[in-house]
Design a protein. Structure first.
Lengths: 122, 578
């Protein structure tokens, strides 16, 4: 049986954008609760605290695009060392659409982007 | 549920697996950014950073100044400069000034070049390497702004693309070649029309005498001008009526050499053109054309820098009076129009990338309107160019998203024994073919170049069934205008990969369903069990891992309606012979 996750099963969205039914299962993948958002507005299925970058890595990165490529390498290594958490997310995404929700303003240099790549096996 | 009688015929089952696509670029679902490196040039085995040009250029400048000033101490050099002051005595003077049409065309040229150059750099960044040989084997590049190709893993051409700053490329994001090509080609068309009008007008008015040297004295005068500039004692300026020899030569090269060379080498990179024109396309292969195109681009950039600097250091006021007001005076008449023109260019520069990201579909449709008809015309040529077996590339870049499904794994496991190609839609006799059925049909072999949209190419020998034979078997109806190829693989954003071809592409001599590559079965990486070869099109249109072929009247109801997966998701055009 293939372990592949279809690419349209994993979407990304900023937590500040309104939730919609097409989001499927909404999962917050930040370590800290995003500022100024109520629990109701975030409309999460759950908050996954097993997969975000460690506090040390997050603080070192500080959303500095110059540190992006090194951040990618380190975060991928962290995820590799934590296969159960990644596999649990993959299992969910195989069944249907999930949306990884994050707070960061930079939509491109952002840990959720890497997490999506890892889930899709890229 | 009952089907209404007038409903369109139901599609192949796979049509249900096609997905819609967004009309703008969703930043966080696009390819994650990846920085390139400072451009390098290979000399032998060593890679030299182009940044060395800065200190070396500076040192050369200082040396040139010292040398020129030293030379001018010699009486013989003084006599030479006196004899050849910079403008050839025999060069005619143009007394009609700078007419309005010339000034307008000069501005339009500058405006168009801003888009052409930026979109061109974006296209280059999709495969940030240049080669002289058509096979693009890693390590044979002579120029790159990407790291060496990693070994020990599959590294696709898409992986190799790099991000550009948004102010430099249009739109700057990684692998946005689809959109950059619409900008590049559409504005190229306008630029070419402007250029044709310019040629016609200068040769019918006598303005051409400014640009075209008509005496050999231009060369000693150019040398004299160079010595005078380098000594920092600028030659006397009479540019209202006659350019100095160095100026004339550089303008001549730009207008009458670099521009036609860029157009020709641009077109030579197209599969339909390169495969149509015989030995010219084989000698000036795609990588030679791409490298010369880049060298010509470098000339343009250096020219624009030098020209811009010279305008400023040799009296900005008089120069702008000439070119932006058409007057010869010490007034300020030209400065305001000049600043306005630069403002327009700057504003267009600032909005080009954000607008392209936000309104990607609009850019695609506008580009299709501007140049789609040219691509449509080029599809009618039947490409015949073939190479010999010794040209087969040792390496062919892998690309695309591999099939990931239990269905495909099962097909691979039994050596595609249970594979069936479905052919249906608007045909008299829908059929299913096993691989054995296809192998029993007439076989055609061809050694051809694969032209990827990203810029790389490679040669392989393909063997398979001519598509025209399949057409004879299933007999498409008169109203079948397109063939839809469905893949066994999904595209990069999810949803099934598919692509649409016009019917006449299916009847070209070299259009085959290939099950062999270089004498053996096609590998899974390159499209097993069956892939399309249609040698007048770019690579992405030659669907790999074909599951079904459907003949249709229209493709607007498939996927996002653009005529293919990359057309829907990456804003490519569905006619891509250029």
């Amino acid at each position: 049986m293939t372990t592949h996750v279809p690419a349209d099963h994993v979407l990304l969205k900023r937590v500040y954008l309104p939730a919609c039914p097409e989001d499927g299962v909404r999962i917050l993948v930040d370590r800290l609760w995003p500022r100024g958002v109520s629990k109701a507005r975030a409309a999460l299925a759950f908050w996954n605290k097993d997969v975000p970058p460690t506090t040390g890595l997050r603080q070192w990165f500080g959303h500095d695009p110059a540190r992006w490529e090194e951040f990618c390498r380190r975060y991928r290594a962290e995820l590799k060392a934590n296969p159960e958490a990644v596999e649990a997310l993959r299992a969910l995404a195989r069944q249907g659409r999930v949306t990884l929700v994050f707070g960061a303003r930079d939509e491109v240099h952002n840990e959720a982007v890497i997490l999506r790549e890892v889930l899709l096996g890229r | 549920m009952a089907t209404p009688l007038n409903a369109a015929p139901s599609h192949d089952l796979l049509a249900a697996k096609l997905t819609p696509a967004d009309d703008r670029i969703l930043l966080n679902h696009w390819l994650p950014p990846q920085e390139g490196i400072v451009p390098r040039i290979r000399l032998g085995k060593r890679w030299i950073s182009v940044l060395w040009a800065l200190p070396l250029g500076f040192a050369a400048l200082i040396l040139a100044i010292a040398l020129a000033q030293g030379l001018l101490e010699f009486p013989s050099v003084k006599a030479f400069v006196a004899r050849y002051p910079g403008i050839a005595q025999a060069a005619p003077s143009v007394d009609s000034g700078f007419p309005w049409w010339l000034r307008a065309q000069h501005f339009l040229n500058m405006f168009f070049m801003m888009f052409i150059i930026r979109a061109g750099i974006q296209i280059l960044a999709d495969h940030p390497r240049l080669y002289w040989k058509r096979d693009c084997t890693p390590g044979t590049d002579w120029f790159r702004f990407q790291r060496p190709v990693p070994t020990g893993r599959v590294w696709t051409a898409k992986d190799d693309s790099v991000t550009l700053p948004k102010w430099l490329g249009i739109p700057g994001l990684r692998h946005t070649i689809g959109l950059a090509r619409w900008w590049h080609f559409s504005v190229n068309l306008l630029w070419t029309l402007n250029g044709i009008a310019f040629y016609a007008l200068i040769f019918s008015t006598g303005q051409w005498l400014r640009l075209v040297p008509i005496t050999w004295e231009v060369f000693p005068n150019a040398l004299s001008t160079a010595i005078q500039y380098a000594s920092l004692n600028f030659p006397v300026d009479h540019s209202w009526t006659r350019y100095n020899a160095l100026q004339q030569l550089s303008y001549f090269i730009t207008v009458f050499v670099a521009a036609p060379v860029s157009i020709a080498t641009g077109l030579l990179q197209s599969p339909a053109i390169s495969n149509r024109i015989g030995w010219t396309g084989r000698v000036l292969n795609r990588q030679v054309a791409r490298s010369i195109h880049f060298i010509s681009f470098s000339w343009f950039v250096l020219f624009i820098l030098a020209h811009g600097i010279m305008v400023f250091v040799t009296s900005l006021r008089e120069n702008t009076n000439h070119m932006f007001a058409g007057v010869e005076s010490k007034s300020w008449a030209g400065l305001l129009p000049f600043l306005l023109a630069m403002g327009v260019v700057a504003a267009a520069w600032a909005v080009a990338s954000p607008v392209t990201i936000r309104h990607a579909r609009l850019v695609q449709h506008t580009g299709k309107f501007m140049v789609g008809w040219i691509k449509g015309l080029a599809e009618w040529w039947d490409p015949r160019s073939q190479l010999s077996e010794k040209d087969i590339s040792p390496y062919l870049w892998p690309n695309g998203t591999m099939p990931h499904s239990a269905e495909f794994d099962a097909l691979v496991a039994d050596g595609f024994k249970h594979y069936r190609l479905r052919v249906g839609g608007l045909v008299e006799t829908p059929r299913e073919f096993s691989l054995a059925d296809l192998r029993a049909m007439p076989k055609q072999e061809q050694v051809t170049t694969h032209f990827c949209i990203q810029g790389w190419s490679g040669v392989a020998k393909w063997g398979g069934v001519p598509m025209r034979h399949i057409l004879d078997l299933v007999k498409p109806a008169a109203d079948a205008r397109y063939a839809v190829f469905y893949s066994l693989a999904d595209g990069g954003d999810g949803g099934r990969y598919y692509d649409v071809h016009k019917m006449h592409n299916m009847r070209h001599q070299l259009t085959i369903l290939a099950y062999e590559m270089n004498g053996g079965p096609v590998s899974v990486l390159h499209g097993a069990p069956l892939r399309l070869r249609c040698e007048n099109e770019l690579g992405f249109k030659m669907v790999k891992w074909i599951a079904a072929i459907e003949f249709v009247h229209d493709f607007a109801d498939l996927g996002a309606g653009e005529g293919g997966y990359n057309e829907d998701h990456e804003f490519y055009g569905y006619r891509m012979p250029i």
